[in-house]
Design a protein around this ligand. Sequence first.
Ligand code: TXA
Ligand code: MG
Length: 326
Amino acid sequence: MSATGTKTLPYGEAAIVEAARVIAAGGCVAVPTETVYGLAADATDSDAVAGIYAAKGRPSFNPLIVHVPDLAAAEALAVFDDGARALAQRFWPGPLTLVVPVRPGAVSSLVTAGLKTVAIRVPAHRAMQALLQVCGKPLAAPSANASNRISPTRAEHVLATLDGRIALVIDDGPTPAGLESTIVDAASGAVLRPGPITAEDIVRCSREGGSLGPHGISSITLGSRLRGSTEEVTAPGQLASHYAPTKPLRLNAMEARQDEWLIGFGTIAGEDTLSATGDLTEAAARLFDALHRADASDRASIAIAPVPGDGLGEAINDRLRRAAHR
Ligand code: TXA
Ligand code: MG
């Protein structure tokens, strides 16, 4: 336990039992998922959900993502058409969040911010899966960081901004994907937030199987929509400035300037590198950790080498633009 009272337990039966006890009592706990660490509470309990906002110091009530153990549990909370079901069957468990019509009263209206839709995903991580099984409740979980700070991919990152504000962190090492889930609006097929599952993955799935939306959008229409979508459509609560380090961040840097901490990529070497071989999967997994270390360094500001925008690079550049926005 830290001096200020947040307990860290390694992943295991004892940690899951303790976390489930905290959640059953209306509290929230930090738990790893395959994307980032989440701050989880019972999605059906408004007081518990309010506790998430209080711990994060989130100024407004943005809708939260609900985590469930499987598609059947998701269908108990929301309505899935053939297109949404095809995406769920292809990518769940995994880092895809689907925005679908909520069944009235299925979750607290604080979770949906009063919308008629809910964002749902089935996580692949053993810790979040075990917690869902033992709790037997849908769990609302935003990233486990103070509002507007860098998302956590390690238990230490959670403590960096929430120490003393939450009861418990389950530590299961670094998260494998390292970026928040891809959010897709099932009604339109639009990618609301780019993430580990790329727009191309979504298009490929819709081409092979179902079509999205009530009017059966063809894969070609969907493809062109998806390519243009991330700039025009944003999910509510997606602020221009987000995931931000406390220091200024300069993008597309070819070298460090005075008093800058350079994060490299590919052939551009720095204090640290996202991937020396230019691998985008490795870069995504390391991005938030690299930003946390840069923020904690003795340099006044941060610079980062260019990262290509294709595939997973779209989500990486989305997070970098938000981190650099002042
Ligand atoms: O990877 C993740 O998705 C992580 C881990 C912990 O699972 N969770 C996460 O949750 O990023 P959160 O609550 O920070 O993401 C919520 C975002 C909102 O900012 C909003 O953009 C979108 O999900 N969202 C939630 N409900 C929505 C809705 N009904 N319609 C559209 N967007 C919605
Ligand atoms: Mg977040």
